[in-house]
Design a protein around this ligand. Structure first.
Ligand SMILES: [Zn+2]
Length: 436
């Protein structure tokens, strides 16, 4: 299963992308250079590239204001819990999450004025024909080509503390919510007023302080992030070799494989998303526009994101906390069997707003359960507060996750990519495609 021509293997594609384009920050000339590079390479592989534009909102200071807004409204609500009716505190918590979650995203979408580009190429038929006459069965092989700005050095040095701080802060929110519900109910039952008073005393003397303390590290980190804000272009370079030159390279080498030996009765499309960093804008716009043209039961989306290093192949098994979307379990099992058959180790990860996301997300949200994101990494333990939070919320997560500390930093360079990692990922996907 080695490509016939050595120059068409994933590592050669990646080397070429990193040396002739390098960082591909959204909104910069390098982004346009990357699209031209992708178009050239598609033509070289014998598939015709087509692009589609979409609107997005660039990463601005406003995004930091969103986290500040959420964090400080929870702090204020915690303080108000000492005096105000607990049902109004609960309402406040719900409102804070709606305003700084859903509503904020809607507003950003309606204000989106910058133009991004997705690139498509039909491997089995031209893309515009596939969209016009949707196939019975389609495999969409995809990866984002943009890169993120480099995260500030202080934040990288904090490393895992970010995760621990976020986990602790949300444990605090859970504690505050629990107090409001329990106290509110006890107060409403005439015979239990005494117990309600005891709970209130406990809250005022210990619970309240514990919740404030739990939120403190997260509050400091979010405040520092807002105070040290700099526009993306002014930040040090992130070469983006693993995130996500590696995904682009693997998808291109698979394009070559599938062009030579297309799967039976299936159309194959390559999709290269723009503006994944800072809000998965490209894939979301695509799903919004085209979801009705594809049948969720016969559409398989394989998204490749960050597969250039690390010991384990990572499969995203689902996402969400309140509204949970799981990936089709048969697809996951087949993926793991495919990995096992070539001796590759695997791990599953469940994504939440605290873990970040990728371009499978809009598909899962739109009811396409056969949408799988594939990544890679060395395994590291999940921070204890996050593990406790996940357990309390009943999320299907384990004790370990892929180490992503190198991404969005100058450390994400070509020198740190393992060609064997790219090759193993490519082989695993080819085996999967031969079995579905
Ligand atoms: Zn990525």
């Amino acid at each position: 299963m080695t490509p016939l021509d050595e120059s068409l293997n994933a590592y050669s594609f990646l080397t070429d992308l990193q040396t002739s384009v390098g960082a591909r920050l959204t909104g910069t000339p390098a982004e346009a250079k990357a699209v031209a590079w992708l178009e050239n390479h598609c033509r070289m592989l014998g598939v015709e590239p087509e692009t589609e534009t979409f609107q997005y909102q660039p990463e601005l200071l406003m995004h930091r204001v969103r986290s500040l807004g959420l964090v400080y409204s929870i702090v204020v609500l915690t303080v108000l819990s000492l005096t105000l009716n607990t049902w109004s505190i609960l309402l406040g918590i719900a409102l804070a999450f709606v305003v700084f979650g859903l509503l904020w995203r809607r507003l950003a979408r309606s204000a989106a004025k910058s133009e991004g580009r997705n690139m498509f190429a039909g491997v089995t038929r031209p893309w515009h024909e596939i969209v016009k006459r949707p196939p019975a069965r389609v495999v969409i092989l995809c990866a984002h080509y943009d890169t993120a700005p480099s995260a500030p050095a202080w934040r990288r040095r904090l490393g895992q503390l970010n995760d621990a701080a976020a986990g602790l802060a949300f444990l605090g929110v859970l504690g505050l919510t629990l107090f409001c519900i329990v106290y509110g109910i006890l107060l409403a039952i005439p015979g239990l007023r005494g117990l309600a008073t005891t709970i209130l005393v406990l809250w005022r003397s210990a619970g309240f302080w514990l919740v404030l303390a739990a939120g403190l590290p997260g509050t400091v980190i979010v405040t520092l992030a807002a105070l040290t804000y700099r526009p993306a272009q002014a930040m040090p370079e992130n070469p983006g070799a693993d995130d996500n030159g590696s995904g682009v390279a693997v998808v291109l080498s698979l394009t070559n494989d599938l062009k030579q030996r297309p799967p039976a009765d299936t159309d194959v499309v390559v999709a290269l998303w723009g503006v994944e960093e800072g809000g998965v804008w490209g894939s979301e716009a695509f799903v919004d526009r085209h979801k009705n043209q594809f049948d969720p039961a016969n559409t398989i989306v394989l998204n490749v994101d960050g597969v250039g290093r690390g010991t384990h192949l990572v499969a995203v098994s689902g996402q969400g906390v309140l509204r949970r979307r799981a990936v089709d379990s048969t697809l996951l099992q087949k993926w793991e069997e495919a990995c096992r058959s070539i001796g590759a180790s695997t791990i599953r990860e469940w994504l939440t707003p605290l873990t970040g996301s990728s371009d499978h997300a809009a598909w899962l949200d739109a009811g396409f359960h056969r949408a799988l994101s594939i990544g890679r990494g060395d395994l590291v333990p999940i921070a204890l507060p996050l593990r406790i939070l996940n357990r309390l919320l009943g999320l299907p997560t384990g004790a370990q996750q892929a180490n992503l500390s190198h991404i969005h930093s100058s450390d994400d360079s070509l020198q740190n990519i393992r060609p064997e990692s790219l090759e193993e990922t490519r082989k695993a996907i080819l085996v999967l495609l031969s079995r579905i």
